[in-house]
Design a protein around this ligand. Sequence first.
Ligand code: ZN
Length: 271
Amino acid sequence: MGNILSDTTDAIKEYIPGIRVLRMSDAYDMMNVNESQDDYLKSVMESGANLAALRKIDLKPCEPSSMGVAEEMSKSAIMEVPTGLRPTGSVSIGFFESGLPHTRPPNTIWFPESILKSSQRKFNETFLHECIHLHQREHPELWRDFYESEWGFKPLPKSKKLVRDVEERRRINPDTIREPLYIWRDQYIPVAVYKNPADANLREVRLIFCRPDGSWTAVEPPGWIDLFGTTEPSICEHPHEMAAYFLSDNENPFDSLAARKLRTRLLTINV
Ligand SMILES: [Zn+2]
């Protein structure tokens, strides 16, 4: 026989289909499942700069101080996600002591626990950003086609590598790990690199544009600003990030040509 509290929790769970906030032990288990599907931590271990950056933050799962608050905020946030972009199936929500919000397969969103102290509006914005990454994971062809036809990006074939000194400084992003490099107009590969690889910090990166011949420049290529309107490294490092930022920043909506093309295309997304 359940008590009133557990009955209430069950009722809330029924009311929020598909949301599961992870308790401590489930969070550890989920992290292992994530790793078995994307090898993100393995890639980090193999890269000195990324390992140094991750060591600076506390990427340790934790249980939110209030499961109720975490569930309520997530429930409100998912209602704000446009229907066509909502994840299908169950979404797991996990929390870390600190770090940056990100997603991992299958359908898992990780947040720093401190996000629960922000306003619901700010939480909704980040939640939407992460749901767009889940949608990108679920419908890779749809996004790839859009990037190519409207933005001029193609995934860089796996056989093509960055030169070693750039690869060693590249920030690995779990949200783009499946196809980490895209080439723009067949000439430029945007890459977020650590400013100080010997003492790397996840938040201290700059954007460079690599050419297929191995050379690179920090100056944006001709036409880049006209289309995207920004060179902010965390946005421009990958079309997945541009799409997620362009669609989720409601406070300062992007008005670039690329953002307008995406919003127009969204109206026709019917998945
Ligand atoms: Zn992102």
